[in-house]
Design a protein around this ligand. Structure first.
Ligand code: 5GP
Ligand code: ZN
Length: 114
């Protein structure tokens, strides 16, 4: 999608520090990390947020989580745990309107979130 930051990353118009890439998914390190490990896992296909995902996209969504789990393992987060976050819309704190899963780990996180 034109003018979408993450679509531009998928199209290699903006460089990223990639953590994983295949035909349907890209994962890259967040530019402003909030934890020792902070990776964004995104579908290459543009969805504004999780509400745009349809019944036909189940396989893709499962794959996004599969990649997040593999990266958690690769970054040695399995033992102590980690957090997956999907900010959605204004109240959810979403700032980039292209669906993404945050993989956060390497420190403890509070609950409830601020
Ligand atoms: P959101 O707030 O929408 O849930 O998350 C968007 C994330 O994208 C933020 O954590 C922000 O730091 C990250 N981000 C924004 N611009 C860039 C960029 O140009 N490069 C990278 N690697 N991450 C970005
Ligand atoms: Zn996009």
């Amino acid at each position: 999608m034109q003018d979408c930051l993450f679509c531009k990353m998928v199209q290699k118009q903006i460089p990223v520090r990639a953590a994983f890439e295949d035909e349907t998914v890209l994962a890259f390190h967040d530019i402003a990390p909030q934890a020792p490990v902070h990776i964004l896992v995104i579908p290459k296909k543009h969805f504004r947020n999780i509400m745009e995902v349809g019944a036909d996209d189940g396989e893709l969504v499962a794959h996004l989580f599969e990649v997040a789990r593999a990266l958690a393992r690769e970054n040695h987060l399995e033992g102590n745990g980690f957090r997956l976050v999907v900010n959605t819309g204004r109240d959810g704190g979403q700032t980039v309107e292209h669906l993404h899963i945050h993989l956060l780990g390497g420190r403890g996180f509070g609950w409830p979130p601020g």
